[in-house]
Design a protein around this ligand. Sequence first.
Ligand code: BES
Ligand code: ZN
Ligand code: ZN
Length: 489
Amino acid sequence: MVDILLEKDLKKLGTNLLCVYAFQKARKVEKLESLDKALQTRIGDRLKTFGFQGNAGESLVLEGNAKFKRIVAIGLGTKKDFDKRSMRQAFFNAVKQANALKVDSLTVLVPGTEKSVQEAVEGIRYATYQFAGRYRKQDKALTNTLKTVHLVSLESGDQASAKRADIVMDAVDFTRNLVNLPSNIVTPSYLENEARSLAEAEHSSLSVLSKEDAQRHKMGAFLAVAQGSREPAKMIVLSYSGAPKTKKTYAVVGKGITFDSGGVSLKPPKGMSKMKTDMAGGAAALGVFKAVSQLELKINLLAIVPATENMPGGNAYRPGDILTASNGKTIEVISTDAEGRLVLADALVYAQKLGADRIVDIATLTGAVITTFGSVHTALMANDDTWAGKYLKAARTSGEKTWQLPMDKEYDDLIKSNVCDMVNAVENRQAGTVTGGKFLERFIKKRTQWIHLDIAGTSYLAYPKGYLEKQATGIPVRTIVEMLKSEIR
Ligand code: BES
Ligand code: ZN
Ligand code: ZN
């Protein structure tokens, strides 16, 4: 944990490290004139002497003065290319520098306007997230020494937006931890307990459907997936009413497969351990709920997580089985490994029964999305372009890249069944990601505004990418919170 403090007066501060930023080819470091004047330093001259260019990611450590033992200059690249993402990256780099230099306090001059405080906090928080070490001794060399960051905006700081960013990043870290933890720890019951803690927030409540409850609701698709596992399945429903006078209700519905073995359509051993992350959508839904309830946004929100393992136990469902979902539609099981859409089908129907009219579902649904986008873009599918547009706009703000896929009628032909209303998987693997979206669309009423996000490629990284460390990313919690925030304005 790092304390982030907003400061107005640089002159009153003294820390082990001072971080300043410079754009490429800019004649001066951001705010340097006032800085050099305030500190009676000549940082600008010295950076010139050492040939500091201001290239993106470039850094130069200088000896400091009595107040700041050392000074690090970090390049921001060209002004033209500078965006919110570079802002996060800049602060990420500053914190990484501080930890590499083993200092405990850092002062950073926030470049640009105070609007950057949000991205500053995000970058700092991304740099300090640590999961490894919880289950083994932390490597001394990697231990974070940084305890305090003083953010100096030479204009005025915005304490409130820093606080909000911190709340959202707590939720992102919460989501990342759930995704990084393995399946013997994060079971459906574990997710239920996490949800129970979240329900302690103001205006929040929890209801969890057991197997028997789900049977009463005729959730035949969800129950079929659950029947091959000994872990009790849970349909987790969190409710937050921040706008009790309106009926408008948002819902985030997240796939909560705590382990996906593939079931009888067993996955190959290579890479199967990664299937502990198949609840990343559910973890994100819980993360969004945590952020929204702690921010006390004036909206009504449901977070629904159909949580179960997908296992090949003796009672497991089989390829060829015919299932009836809670809206009466019938499904022919082609692959028991296409289980995400089955549990989501009943969860989406339930969300609408509870009054949700604007839904985002989040799922590690298809391997095909990794083939298409790698780990760069989340795939978005929607039944309503206005609602999709709001998400895409929020995604540009958050930097969590998202790309919309088509949902043309022709794709419906691919999920036709000879015996049922639809199949759960396309045998020849055509349009793998889109047909996942088309399947889910069958469980959405005409008047519901709905988005489906396939995060199989973006929720978990094999390699670090910018300010995202490898493993769980917490995507798309920040984007959804951003979108919900702009719904109120
Ligand atoms: N959980 C997987 C998708 C997945 C793959 C997530 C790789 C993360 C990394 C999902 O349940 C699945 O197995 N989907 C099948 C669908 C197919 C049978 C229609 C797939 O992608 O092969
Ligand atoms: Zn699967
Ligand atoms: Zn799965």
